[in-house]
Design a protein around this ligand. Structure first.
Ligand code: NAP
Length: 445
């Protein structure tokens, strides 16, 4: 095994140099471990190994989570002038890791063209190196990362009449999701991110809590606050209320003074939604014919329409009046979309960010045009929305909902649970944090 190397000294005044006996002893100890640092340690800041451990997806093993991920030794990513390198203390588990592994609906390796993919679009960690243009962050800062990669040209007018819309970085053709459409995500000891992705880690949260919420919460924030613009007193139907997106949608509704009606598939999940502030909960298992399937027979269609009507009445029962949802929070897609369009109120909005059950949506368009409903697509969030949303976590108004924390070795298991819909809320994995409950670098040494 090769020897661990030091990074050359930086001239950047923000870079902290520590060359003491402890460091040298650590370097001695670290020799012969493939130029990696051990898991579960926070080395001194001047140590930068050449290689790192990472859970890697390759094209020839696309498949279910237990098959597609493999722990490998890969090079620590190099950063460009506008980027930072972060020591990952904990990483958040998201459904996009499942999609990346499956290679469905496309192989992400065809998107970024690298021969391996490190998934992971949520992280809490310590800034380890900064690029030469980066002024806002310095090595040693304790941070979380949001997952929107901005196109470097998003703020410049070029030659297209529509370029003005690119002032929202989400509208730029070069917009990407870090750890999904880019290859260096957070299921590794180090990760690479744009400096604009960096946010302050809420000090009162543990590494695993801080790593858990970004992708889902910031997505829900844009969906409800920016896109659907929910108002106090409105009714919001939240599919998957106890899932990653849903737990934050319910909290955002509560914060605004809107009534969230959560849909779930079990009693335990229903309890969680009520604890988070839902006005009421519907168990979708009470509506066995509700889910749309392509190729349904006339009999199946009739049963589904009956269940859709019963489902609508269940909403009225919770509201205590014949009140339909002003907003439907959608991400399930194919299976639920006909119901979403049907139950949505006149002039209501169906805001959608995914199609977990399928993306070829079918619905009776008469319900849409006659009652002038709107369908709004939404995708993650821009840096400003992430900053605003993160402030609400820092102030304790929105809380992470962490159901489980796994050791680094169990990243495939965490994704397997997500794939099987056997989790609730969010899950995190420890990477360089040696145990749960640690909140900062000092405690983690
Ligand atoms: P999650 O934690 O697995 O939660 C999804 C919830 O949806 C589950 O709890 C489940 O709740 C419900 N569900 C699953 N299949 C269903 C079905 N056939 N019918 C009705 N409900 C069903 O996942 P998530 O993190 O919330 O993400 C959900 C989807 O959004 C994923 O596809 C993810 O990739 C996508 N997403 C997109 C963005 C974006 O920016 N575009 C961001 C975040 C997530 P019950 O079983 O309790 O009903």
């Amino acid at each position: 095994m090769a020897r661990q190397k030091r990074q050359p000294k930086h001239s950047d005044e923000n870079d902290i140099e520590i060359r003491d006996l402890e460091t040298i002893a650590y370097e001695e100890e670290s020799r012969g471990i493939d130029e990696t640092i051990p898991l579960g340690v926070v080395p001194n800041l001047d140590i930068l190994p050449k290689n790192m451990q990472a859970w890697v997806i390759r094209k020839d093993r696309h498949g279910k989570p237990m098959d597609c991920f493999k722990n490998e030794i890969v090079p620590v990513p190099e950063i460009s002038p506008n980027e930072v390198l972060v020591l990952v203390m904990a990483a958040g588990v998201n459904y996009n890791g499942v999609w990346a592994g499956l290679g469905e609906p496309i192989s992400v390796l065809d998107v970024h063209k690298k021969d391996y993919h490190i998934a992971g679009s949520d992280a809490a960690g310590i800034v380890w190196r900064v690029g030469s243009n980066v002024r806002s962050w310095k090595p040693g800062d304790e941070v979380i990362l949001h997952c929107n990669i901005e196109s470097e040209t998003h703020s410049t007018r070029t030659d297209s009449a529509s370029d003005f819309i690119t002032y929202d970085p989400m509208a730029s053709a070069g917009q990407k999701i870090w750890g999904y459409e880019t290859p260096d995500g957070s299921f590794a000891q180090f990760t690479r991110a744009q400096a604009q992705q960096v946010l302050h880690k809420p000090e009162n949260l543990t590494w695993e809590e801080a790593a858990s919420y970004g992708l889902c919460y910031f997505t829900a924030y844009r969906m409800l606050m920016t896109q659907a613009q929910i108002q106090p007193g409105e009714v919001v139907l939240v599919w998957g209320g106890a899932g990653g997106l849903g737990v934050f949608a319910i909290q955002i509704c509560r914060m605004i003074g809107a009534d969230a009606i959560a849909v779930v598939s079990s009693k335990e999940k229903a309890e969680l939604c009520m604890e988070l502030g839902a006005k009421g909960v519907i168990n979708r298992m009470d509506f066995p014919h509700l889910m749309f399937k392509h190729g349904e027979t006339p009999e199946e269609l009739a049963k589904r329409v009956d269940d859709m009507k019963r489902f609508g009445r269940a909403i009225w029962e919770i509201m205590g009046e014949r009140r339909n949802p002003n907003v439907v929070f959608e991400h399930v897609g194919e299976a639920t979309f006909p119901t979403s369009v049907f139950v949505c109120s006149r002039f209501g909005r169906i805001v959608i960010c995914a199609g977990t059950s399928g993306y070829n949506l079918t619905f009776d368009v008469r319900h849409l045009w006659m009652h002038q409903k709107r369908i709004i697509g939404s995708h993650f969030a821009n840096a400003l929305e992430c900053i605003r949303a993160n402030e609400l976590v820092r102030k304790g108004i929105i809380k992470p909902v962490l159901s489980d924390t796994f050791p680094y070795s169990e990243i495939p298991i965490a994704h397997h649970l997500m794939y099987e819909n056997k989790h609730s809320g969010k899950m995190s994995v420890l990477v360089q944090a040696r145990k749960t409950g640690l909140k900062n670098t000092r405690e983690s040494k």
